[in-house]
Design a protein around this ligand. Structure first.
Ligand code: MF3
Ligand code: CO
Length: 249
């Protein structure tokens, strides 16, 4: 069942996402050559505590961190380590928080120093796929398939590929709720969007082939061909006329 959130719960979602957006924004501003992934994790811990929020990923199915920090060919779900970011890296920062029982989820991919033209374009295309292409089709009456179809069509036109083994999700009283939200698919298919639904849409885009490999630690996901991958995610609320981008940075 897909939840329709009450006005009160919607206010809670907004409050949660507002905290998350400010945390992610601060982390983005910290990214530079010489910074370690654990420094990002530490900063996230401080900011989330200061806001009176709780981290949403810590303890989730045994995950031991607050952030996922996935670098270069790493796609998603990589626990922060002492790895030092260097010029030319791209780093995806994925975070979630809980405020008064309401969850929000957000991810961005950031260039470290000067990156290759292809890496720059990968980030721009993935960002546009979410911030413009998906956002325009997230409205009542459209379907989940319309979202995936729009994202896939745009990304493939740009010569990149969409990861299929991981998907977005409903969100609200839990981190992951129904429905699943693939970043590929067929227009007019799947459940219909209705005002009051909350969804996390999170395209993962590879410069090479779409296939990903799940590492033995049970978390880390990397591209099978070793090419770079980018990931952007927003928490959206469906409104009467369209959507609100709750995690606007
Ligand atoms: N945005 C990611 C997702 O929805 C974050 C999950 S990390 C986890 O899959 F540790 F919480 F699983
Ligand atoms: Co998510």
């Amino acid at each position: 069942m897909i939840q329709i959130y009450s006005a009160q719960d919607q206010a809670g979602l907004r409050a949660s996402a507002k905290v998350l957006a400010s945390v992610v924004n601060a982390l983005v501003n910290m990214v530079a050559p010489g910074v370690t992934l654990l420094q990002l994790e530490q900063k996230a811990a401080e900011l989330i505590a200061q806001a009176g929020a709780q981290p949403a990923f810590l303890g989730y199915h045994g995950y031991k961190n607050i952030l996922c920090t996935s670098v270069n060919q790493e796609v998603v779900h990589c626990p922060p380590t002492s790895r030092v970011l260097v010029d030319g890296d791209i780093v995806s920062i994925d975070a979630g928080v809980i405020v008064d029982g309401m969850y929000s989820d957000c991810a961005v991919t950031v260039p470290v120093g000067e990156v290759s033209p292809e890496a720059k374009r990968l980030i721009a295309v993935t960002r546009t796929a979410l911030y413009e292409v998906a956002r325009q089709v997230i409205k009542p009456g459209n379907t989940i398939g319309d979202i995936g179809h729009a994202i896939q069509t745009y990304v493939e036109q740009q010569g990149f590929s969409i990861v299929r083994q991981l998907v977005g999700h409903g969100i609200g009283r839990h981190l992951h709720e129904e429905p699943s939200i693939p970043n590929y698919g067929t227009a007019h298919s799947g459940p219909t969007l209705k005002a009051g639904m909350a969804i996390a849409v999170e395209p993962m885009v590879n410069t090479g082939k779409p296939d990903v490999h799940f590492e033995d630690d049970g978390w880390r996901v990397v591209t099978s061909d070793g090419t770079f991958s980018a990931h952007f995610e927003h928490t959206f609320l469906i409104t009467e006329t369209g959507c609100e981008v709750l995690t606007q940075l």
